[in-house]
Design a binder for this molecule. Structure first.
Ligand code: ATP
Ligand code: MG
Length: 624
């Protein structure tokens, strides 16, 4: 039995360390399996091997996952792979024509395996059938094991069990050979560089404390430990100079005996460290952690695919046109499995978690710049990792250097397959996407929310701003229905912005409280038998939302004042990174609008990205 480390003990131990590097190493020692825990696991594996060999001759029971990949923690589950390949061959041979009577009695234990193997043909049996059999063996023949249960629903069906004396939980799977490869790969990484373990332990614990990772029961929108670990390894591959080699580089070092193709994927990499050059990277743990937060606080997760194979973020368009890309389940967080290249290990992660992850990274980066992070407190205050592990207080709102910011992610999956294809093939797909998002923003502000908008210099609003247009004022009689389009500037004047950077701005006026009570109005419209009875969605279609605004305006009655409720400027730019596909929309309210604008802005934070998604989803993407 191992008593779990209490949070108080952890804080105490960490505060006593000398510096952040020491804290991170200490964390590994506090969390990793003890000798006796390892011994117990080893004994269990041996016991399972013995019992299963009786029923499945020549099978192998192979541990994988955190018990053996170098990222073990007290009480982590025991993942086992039951390899039945040789048993299949054995069974096939045993079924040879009856003439082979001579064989009888030659094989050991032929009685026991007959009884169970005669019930099933391993080459034709389905996975659930075999697992039921495995569960039966576990229940009846393995002492000290209880709560045996087949779980069919998981991505990989497994038999779950619990070891009575230790409380240890475990899984047995039968079709998960790739997991053996990635387990060995993670292990190799821990051997290649001694900074890998402290960094991964620290980030796993941080992510757990921030409720970003650690869904023990599978499923759910959180990052799993495997995906998070790959992200850390990727980060180390992309340092300059690199702290870890890429898989492509490892493959170069592979000898013939290390060649391996599993389920059609090339899993070749050296099985030991001897052929790896030590890395030239000398960054400290303390600064690597700070850099991790800085890098991923501003990473475009939706707009690229993190590839450990190549050690770089792959731009989506070319990736999606590739053979593996076509099968890849794209989401807001894209991490390619190092071997099964069409598998997104973070496909379960939702937009909200990505946003929180990035928010927490930015908070982490900010904290890491402070003295409380870098220096041990002489007064016994919490310092270094300790404060990083305290669950964060969400900030009221995100404020960028230019004002209030709404980030609109790349939403490729909102598009029809045809449009997706077209976009991916576009020569400058970033600017193509950006144009579409800007058109969507114009539509939402003008048509859906009935704001009046115009270009910054009062340009009347044709597709291209023209010479004659300067100086014209918005005409108040057209409020609520001004036909306008945004002004496009290129290049931007100030700031470290790439030459071709585009920005688009809108000068807007809001005349009605269109952000208030929308849900109620939506419900009323539904009762009146509006054409779209869309009951599940929180927000309706673009058409429904237009009607909602109109109803609100009608209910408010014509406002008498000639002045709008709010005035603001919105400015859209493409995200900062080279391949960044996000649209950053900065808001600058006119002076003295205070709380009213805050309300509107908070509403837009949720509403605008949803409406943009609807707009781009229905638009036809042909080249004009
Ligand atoms: P822990 O059990 O401490 O959370 P773990 O690495 O054992 O860590 P599990 O969820 O138990 O994580 O998964 C066991 C193994 O299964 C992983 O090490 C990995 O090899 C494989 N695996 C887990 N999740 C995925 C995934 N989403 N995609 C591909 N392989 C995965
Ligand atoms: Mg595990």
């Amino acid at each position: 039995h191992h008593v779990q480390l209490s949070p108080e003990k952890l804080v105490q131990a960490l505060c006593q360390a000398d510096d952040v590097d020491a804290q991170m190493s200490q964390l590994v020692q506090l969390f990793e399996l003890s000798e006796s825990e390892r011994r117990l696991r080893h004994l269990l594996v041996t016991l399972f091997q013995e019992v299963f060999s009786e029923f499945f001759p020549e099978c192998a029971i192979l541990p994988f996952g955190s018990s053996v990949n170098g990222f073990d923690i007290h009480g982590c589950d025991l993942d086992l792979f039951l390899d039945l390949e040789k048993t299949k061959t054995f069974q096939a041979n045993a079924k040879e024509p009856q003439g082979a009577q001579a064989k009888e009695g030659a094989g050991p234990d032929s009685d026991s395996e007959d009884s169970i193997l005669s019930d099933i043909d391993l080459t034709t049996a389905t996975v659930p059938e075999v697992l039921e059999l495995v569960a039966a063996v576990l229940r009846k023949c393995v002492p000290g094991v209880h709560s045996v249960q087949v779980v069919h629903s998981a991505r990989r069906p497994v038999v779950k069990f619990c070891h009575k004396d230790s409380g240890l939980l475990g899984d047995i799977s039968i079709n998960n050979r790739l997991a053996l490869c990635n387990t060995r790969f993670l292990q190799l990484c821990t051997e290649a560089d001694e900074r890998v373990r402290p960094l991964v332990y620290t980030l796993r614990y941080w992510a757990k404390q921030q409720a970003l990772a650690g869904n023990r029961f599978g499923g759910g929108p959180l990052l799993n430990n495997y995906a998070l670990t790959l992200l850390v390894l990727f980060f180390l591959q992309t340092r300059s100079p690199p702290a870890l080699p890429t898989l492509a580089q490892l493959r170069e070092l592979t000898e013939d005996k290390d060649q391996a193709i599993v389920d059609g994927w090339d899993c070749s990499f050296p099985q030991d460290m001897l052929r790896l050059e030590p890395s030239a990277n000398t960054e400290s743990l303390c600064s690597l952690l700070a850099e991790f937060f800085r890098v991923f606080g501003d990473h475009d997760f939706a707009g690229c695919v993190i590839s450990l194979q190549e050690g770089r973020a792959l731009p989506l368009p070319s990736f999606l046109l590739s053979e593996v890309g076509a099968k890849f389940k794209l989401g807001p967080f894209n991490v390619q499995d190092p071997f099964e290249l069409s598998h997104n290990v973070a496909a379960n992660v939702n937009e909200k978690i990505v946003q929180r992850f990035q928010h927490c990274c930015r908070d982490g980066a900010k904290y890491c710049r402070s003295l409380q992070y870098q220096r041990k407190s002489s007064k016994g205050k919490a310092w270094g990792l300790v404060r990083l592990f305290q669950p964060g207080v969400p900030e009221a709102e995100e404020v960028g250097p230019d004002g209030l910011l709404i980030t609109i992610p790349f939403m490729l999956m909102a598009l029809s397959p045809g449009s997706r294809q077209q976009l991916c093939q576009a020569r400058d797909f970033r600017s193509c996407w950006f144009d579409k998002v800007c058109a969507a923003i114009t539509f939402v502000l003008k048509d859906v929310l009935k704001c009046s908008c115009m270009g910054p210099a009062g340009e009347p609003l044709g597709q291209e701003p023209t010479e004659q247009s300067g100086g014209e004022q918005p005409r108040s009689d057209e409020r609520g229905s001004l036909a306008v389009s945004p002004a496009k500037k290129r290049p931007r004047v100030e700031g470290p912005v790439p030459e071709e950077e585009e920005s688009v701005s809108w000068n807007c006026a809001v005349w009605h409280r269109v952000w208030m009570g929308r849900r109620r109005v939506r419900r009323q419209l539904r009762h009146l038998g509006s054409p779209q009875p869309d009951t599940e969605q929180e927000a309706g279609s673009l058409e429904v939302e237009e009607k909602v605004s109109e109803a609100i305006i009608q209910q408010e009655g014509e406002s008498l004042g000639a002045e709008p409720l709010l005035r603001f400027t919105a400015c859209a730019r493409v995200g900062g990174g080279q391949e960044d596909t996000r649209t950053l929309l900065y808001f600058t309210p006119a002076p003295q609008q205070g709380p009213l604008f805050q309300d509107f802005y908070h509403f837009l934070q949720g509403f605008l990205p949803r409406m943009v998604e609807r707009y781009v989803g229905r638009a036809v993407w042909g080249r004009q």
